[in-house]
Write a protein that binds this ligand. Structure first.
Ligand code: ZN
Length: 153
């Protein structure tokens, strides 16, 4: 698995952010699989080395990753600086995934509205009570307050 696949979503986003805000101060190629660089952190600059063949052997002297087999945001930032096209790809894919999820939610909502419009009165009554009894307490309270006059006595 590649470095990108092993990193958490949070590390990738923060690494992308570091890359686009030019916090990768320098980078150089050590060999075909290894790149090193300096990445500006909050206060300190970190020495980062990424290993493409064995991503877990990548190194960074930040407190989060030092001595651990973690892919940190500085490694992700260095990776994006070395391979800017991968940064574009990462961003576009994330954007596309977000759009697809939005479309999926819209479609599901449409189907739900359609389904409810076809339900029988007895089904609606049963479902409403179930939602009120099983749902959050504020919902139950709101319903009582809005519909049951004795609530106010
Ligand atoms: Zn780091």
């Amino acid at each position: 698995m590649g470095l990108i696949d092993l990193a958490s979503g949070a590390s990738l986003w923060r690494g992308y952010d570091y890359f686009t805000s030019k916090r990768v101060l320098s980078h150089k190629k050590i060999n075909d699989n290894t790149y090193s660089g300096k990445v500006g952190g909050n206060g300190a600059d970190y020495d980062v080395e990424i290993n493409l063949e064995h991503p877990r052997s990548s190194k960074c002297n930040c407190p989060h990753a030092d001595g651990k087999r973690i892919i940190c945001k500085h490694m992700a930032a260095l990776y994006f600086a070395v391979f800017p096209k991968e940064a574009d790809r990462f961003y576009n894919e994330a954007l596309q995934a977000e759009q697809e999820e939005e479309e999926r939610q819209d479609k599901l909502q449409g189907l739900l509205v359609e389904y409810v419009s076809r339900m029988k009165k007895s089904e609606l009554q049963e479902t409403l009570l179930q939602v009120l009894f099983d749902g959050p307490e504020w919902q139950y309270e709101h319903f009582l307050r809005d519909h049951i006059r004795e609530y106010w006595e």
